[in-house]
Design a protein around this ligand. Structure first.
Ligand code: SAH
Length: 370
């Protein structure tokens, strides 16, 4: 999965635009500006609850075309959040998508400001339309140490999974092998236990499951940063609460595609195990003062967006809309985002907070989650 998606020369994400009508799949921020706007309002609200600490950064993992960030920065600027106390950090491995993001987020005249000083953790920098620094990083561990609003939308589902199955009361891993007779790829079951079978499986009731060690490590890093430097995390993805078994699949031209056929030409994805992410976010670590982070959710996308006010936002946009087609598109985007038969209940929201926020959150729980 890692090779197919992010191999530097031929990885699926590395050299093409895979989103939208002409791509392989469409994501919520690409459907409507309302999505990013509501998330931005939520983040500003929660940052305010923390006492509006500065300097601070918004860090997005896997920003795709940069559409979500563009919609959010527009809202941030309305709240006068721009300039030097605030910076934007994008964690992106794809050189192609990094360029798309720069075009989307930075006015052309700022592009000269891209010389990265030697020894920097980031690989690219520029200035946003609203005057804030934007920096690109390869990995979450490279991000600067400061108060951070973390955001990951459809990021974790792209991280590699291991597939485990129970065979005669013991765990084995499903591996991918080359059938020498016809040179097709095929699934095989490992002869013995593999390192992935070291995953915490003692009380596991399922006979088959997917584990994503990389997702757990990234979540732990996010949790550690939130604990040490202050911050809030919002993870949005399709997923489950540790009860699904077999969700690994490919997508090509908006249709399901066998992951073993023509690898590199289709998106590969697996549902996010939110129970596992919550476990990773709240595990005691080595810090002496560690008190587990707090998690809220998951809640369904339709509940989050409705509670934050998507209906009101739709009304506002419709009221200022003079074009029948645009109005129709707005209504259909609203339906796509919130209808349980579309994206409304498949997509889940999970929030992370540091333990020091406990008292404040008891009094003012996170909107969207209650
Ligand atoms: N959030 C966007 C894009 C989702 S697609 C949206 O919702 O529209 C996944 C994104 O994660 C792409 O930008 C892809 O290049 C990036 N990505 C995938 N694997 C990554 C990794 N290991 N590290 C950093 N970014 C990664």
């Amino acid at each position: 999965m890692k090779e197919v998606l992010t191999n530097p020369t031929s990885g699926y994400y590395m050299n093409r635009d895979v989103f939208g009508q002409t791509g392989d799949f469409i994501t919520s921020p690409e459907i409507s500006q309302m999505f990013g706007e509501l998330i931005a309002v939520w983040l500003v609200n929660e940052w305010t609850k923390c006492g509006r600490p500065t300097p601070f950064q918004i860090a997005e993992l896997g920003p795709g075309r940069g559409t979500l960030m563009a919609d959010m920065l527009r809202v941030f600027s309305k709240f006068k959040i721009a300039g030097s106390d605030f910076s934007v950090s994008l964690v992106e491995v794809s050189p192609y998508l990094c360029q798309v993001q720069e075009k989307q987020l930075c006015p052309s005249q700022a592009q000269e400001a891209t010389e990265v000083p030697q020894g920097s953790q980031h690989y690219k920098q520029s200035i946003s339309l609203y005057g804030s620094q934007i920096r690109w990083y390869n990995h979450i561990s490279d991000l600067p140490r400061t108060f951070t609003l973390f955001l990951a939308h459809e990021f974790f589902d792209a991280l590699p999974i291991h597939k485990l199955v129970k065979v005669n009361q013991d765990w084995r891993e499903v591996l991918i092998d080359l059938n020498r007779e016809n040179l097709n790829l095929r699934y095989v079951i490992s002869r013995d236990r593999t390192p992935a079978c070291l995953y915490r499986l003692d009380s596991e009731k399922r006979e088959e499951l997917e584990v994503s060690p990389q997702s757990l490590v990234i979540t732990q890093m996010m949790a550690a940063r939130i604990h040490q430097d202050g911050g809030i995390g919002l993870v949005i993805d399709y997923g489950h609460e540790g009860d699904k078994t077999d969700t690994f699949r490919g997508f090509k031209n908006h249709k399901l595609h066998d992951p073993l056929v023509d690898p590199g030409t289709a998106d590969l994805t697996a549902d996010v195990d939110f129970a596992a992410l919550k476990w990773a976010a709240t595990q005691p670590r080595t810090f002496e003062d560690w008190e587990a982070n707090l998690t809220y959710g998951t809640v369904d996308q339709k509940d989050f967006l409705t509670r934050i006010g998507i209906n009101l936002r739709l009304e506002q946009l419709l009221a200022s809309c003079r074009n029948v087609n645009v109005a129709r598109n707005l209504k259909s985007a609203h339906k796509m985002l919130t209808d349980p038969m579309e994206m409304g209940s498949k997509f889940k929201f999970l929030a992370l907070y540091p333990s020091v926020m406990k008292k404040i959150l008891e009094r003012y729980p996170p909107p969207g989650f209650v």
